[in-house]
Write a protein that binds this ligand. Sequence first.
Ligand SMILES: [Zn+2]
Ligand SMILES: [Zn+2]
Ligand SMILES: [Zn+2]
Length: 338
Amino acid sequence: MRNLFCPKCSERIFFEQGRCARCSQRLAFDPLLLVTRRLEEVKPCSNRDLIGCNWSADEKSRYCCSCALTRTIPNLGSTKNRLLWSRVEEAKRRLVYDLCRLKLPLKSEANQLSFDILSDDPEEGPIMTGHSAGLITLNLAEADDLERETRRVAFREPYRTLLGHFRHEVGHFCWDLLVAETQLRGPFRLIFGNESQSYENALKAYHERTDRSYDRAAFISEYASSHPWEDWAETFAHFLHIVSVLDSVAGLPLSLESRALETLRDPYLESDFSALLASWTPLAYSLNELNRSLGLGDAYPFQLSSVAIGKLHFIHMAIQNGCGISACGWRAAPVPVG
Ligand SMILES: [Zn+2]
Ligand SMILES: [Zn+2]
Ligand SMILES: [Zn+2]
C-alpha cells in the first residue's frame, strides 16, 4: 500500500481510515486517483453510514467501485451480520485496490467480477466459499474471528484471512481472463498440470485424503496440490501477498537518519524520550501496515493519545531516575530472585 496522508494535516493514515486520528478531518479514499481526499470534496459511497465504506462513489453510481461489485449482501437482521459484512467489504477494498494497481479489468469478455456475501441458512445448508464464472461467493462466517480460526485449525492451514480468500478466489477469475483462451494455456499445463481432469473428482479426493502430507517442493500449500486450478489460485494469492507487502515496505517511513540510528543502538537506555517516540511512531505504523497488507490484524493495535504519551514520558523519566540505583546491582543478565 502506497503512503496515504490526511489532506488537511498531512498525518500518515491507513487505507481503512475514514477520519484522521490527529485532526478529525473526515476522509474518503478516491479509487480513481488512489489518494485520500476530504470527504466534503467527494461523493461518498452510499455504504459509508451502513458499514463504514470509506471510498468515494463514481459519478454515475450510488456506490464506490468496490461496493458496486457486491451482487448479494447478507441478511442484515442482526447487528452482528452488519459488523461481519463491514469486515468483508474492508478486505474486498484491498483486493479491488490490488487489481487496480495491477491494471487488471473487473470484467472479461465473458464474465463480470461480482460478489455474493452470504450467511449459512439452516434450511439451505452451508454456504461454500468459491468462484464460478466471475461470481465470488463468500461465507459471511469467515469474517467471524472465532469461526475462521476454528476452520483454520480444522483444515490445518497456517494462514486463513478474508483477504487471503478474496485473493485466492479472484485468482480463478484471473485464470479465465489471463490463461484460458490464450497462448498461455499450453505453458500453464506444463507447469501446473492438465486442468481438464475432473475438478469435482479432484476436490472430492482431496477432502477424503487422510494422509495430509504433500510435496512441499512442488506446491505452495497443501490445497494447491488438489487440482491445477487450485494450484494457480493459491499461487496467484501469494503473488498478491508479496507485491502488496513489498508495496507497503516501499512506502514505510523507515528512513533511519543518524539520530534514529543512535536511538536504536540501545533503545532501553535512550535518554531522550522524544527521540524514542520519534523512532517508535513510524515503526508501529509500519508493523501494522505490513500486517494489513497480508489481511492480518494490527501488530500494535493502539493509538497513543497525548495523555498516554505523557504517561509514557513519566515512566521513562522514572526509569531514568532509577537507573543509578539499578546500575550498581546488575551483572550481565538479571539474576532470578529466590
Ligand atoms: Zn489530519
Ligand atoms: Zn463502498
Ligand atoms: Zn479455489
